[in-house]
Design a protein around this ligand. Structure first.
Ligand SMILES: Nc1nc2c(c(=O)[nH]1)N[C@H]1C(S)=C(S)[C@@H](COP(=O)(O)OP(=O)(O)OC[C@H]3O[C@@H](n4cnc5c(N)ncnc54)[C@H](O)[C@@H]3O)O[C@H]1N2
Ligand code: MOO
Ligand SMILES: [Mg+2]
Length: 419
């Protein structure tokens, strides 16, 4: 008698996984290795930005009061008493009708409260004239206008993108505290599996899930331990998974999670005494995705079918790893888009269709990325998103608005947006 599995809604499955995920500790890395990591400390402005009043233009620093009344008919003349570029501080205090020739980024000299752009002057030796008046602080980049000393700039939990690298450099963070990455073991199971470099043989296929998951992990900045590719042999798989559980924060397997005679993962979870969070999800593809937990280690039993495997990783493993890394936005970004093709199949379960999403000036559009069965591999290659159709629906038409989850973005969202 084949075991009857109880499907649970996708949202509940995700919640069960996320409830078990615990943030890992942090580690210190040099700034040049921080890109793509998750901040484990908040970035506080250690000084004001800019740190001094400075010139935003190449021109002349003047006292605005001296410019009052300037016009085309009545030009006012200034005497240039110093000349500075960025990085140099003038020792002069500007007096009446005096000016310092100043370059972009140089600190405003004492006494000056406005900057005249070079283009606004007529220069004659060490004097120049202007034809308009300037108000106090005109063309001055004020100390602290970008950030005040002590201000919170980026909160812990944020994905470190190049802009965050820029502020950390600004504030002298030569090293920064980031969350540790999970150690993830990767095992492809299947007697039919060949290595990528092997020629095809009757009844065999090349292992595409292993390299795919490795790349899904790489896209998140996570390295993996390749546990290997094993035939459908319960004993060999058990020994390998058992060993990996002690060494890894998560073990991802592909294949062998359904009810077939050579699907040994359910028996392996039992022998390990693992707590199975679920073994059936009301979704297509990926309904047999199984997630278990033992000794503080996650076991992600992804389906062998490539589209199901891919989907199971993105929906369950990805947010769990991001939560473990302290990320405050672990979920795939959500959009609405207009379907540009009919999709008339019934959806007994929530359906995740590999899709091509395009954002245009006329709105966002989406269409299935080709052959879309659970065992499809080409639509994963052609897609950049999932169309999500709710369970219990059918007959989506061209022009309908549908839910879309975007793949491969650096930053996600705080909440799972769908049921
Ligand atoms: N009687 C039932 N049969 C099946 C059910 C079911 O509920 N009752 N579920 C179906 C669903 S849904 C899926 S999905 C698959 C899941 O199968 P498994 O996760 O057990 O995976 P396998 O049986 O090992 O392989 C399935 C399929 O995928 C190919 N495969 C496996 N590994 C790889 C790999 N690394 N790279 C590329 N392709 C791989 C394998 O050759 C099979 O074709 O079960 C349904 N059956
Ligand atoms: O797990 Mo299966 O992918 O629902 O087709
Ligand atoms: Mg199977």
């Amino acid at each position: 008698m084949v075991e009857k599995r109880q499907p649970i809604p996708v949202k509940e499955a995700i919640e069960r996984v996320m409830e078990r995920a615990r943030p890992l500790n942090s580690e210190i890395v040099p700034l040049d290795l921080a890109y793509g990591r998750i901040l484990a400390e908040s970035i506080i402005a250690s000084h004001s930005v800019p740190p001094f009043d400075r010139s935003p233009y190449d021109g002349f620093a003047v006292r605005s009061i001296d410019t009052n009344g300037a016009s085309g008919d009545s030009r006012i003349s200034f005497k240039v008493v110093d000349h500075i570029g960025a990085g140099t501080v003038s020792m002069h205090t500007i007096g009446e009708r005096e000016a310092v020739r100043i370059m972009t980024g140089a600190p405003l000299p004492d006494g000056a409260d406005a900057v005249v752009m070079l283009e606004q002057t007529v220069i004659d030796g060490d004097t120049f004239t202007i034809r308009k008046s300037f108000s106090p602080l005109e063309n001055v980049s004020l100390k602290g206008e970008d950030a005040k000393e002590g201000e919170m700039i980026v909160e812990a939990g944020t994905y470190i993108h190049p802009g965050i690298i820029a502020v950390m450099a600004t504030f002298g963070y030569a090293k920064v505290s980031v969350s540790k990455k999970p150690v993830v073991g990767l095992l492809a199971t299947g007697t039919e599996l060949l290595e990528v470099s092997d020629p095809l043989e009757p009844g065999k296929i090349r292992n595409s899930n292993g390299p795919m998951i490795a790349a899904q992990l790489a896209r998140m900045g996570i390295e993996y331990r390749l546990l290997g590719t094993l035939p459908d042999d319960e004993e060999a798989c058990y020994e390998l998974v058992k060993k990996a559980v002690d060494e890894c924060d998560a073990v991802i397997t592909t294949g062998g999670v359904s009810v077939g005679d050579f699907d040994f993962l359910p028996a392996i979870y039992k022998r390990l005494g693992a707590d199975v969070l679920f073994n059936k999800v009301a979704m297509r593809p990926g309904s047999v995705t199984t997630v278990a937990h033992v000794n503080n280690t996650f076991l992600f039993g992804l389906s062998g079918n490539p589209s199901a495997c891919f989907t199971g990783f993105e929906l369950f493993a990805r947010p769990a790893f991001l939560l473990m890394m302290g990320c405050d936005k672990p979920y795939l970004p959500y959009e609405k888009a207009i379907l540009t093709e009919d999709f008339t199949k019934a959806n007994p379960f929530s359906r995740f269709i590999r899709a091509v999403y395009e954002s245009t000036p006329n709105g966002a559009f989406v269409k299935p990325a080709g052959f879309n069965k659970s065992n499809a591999v080409t639509s994963i290659a052609r897609g950049n998103s999932f169309i999500v159709l709710p369970g219990g629906t059918r007959g989506f038409q061209k022009g309908d608005e549908v839910d879309v989850l975007l793949l491969g973005t650096e930053e996600g969202v705080e909440q799972w947006m769908l049921d």
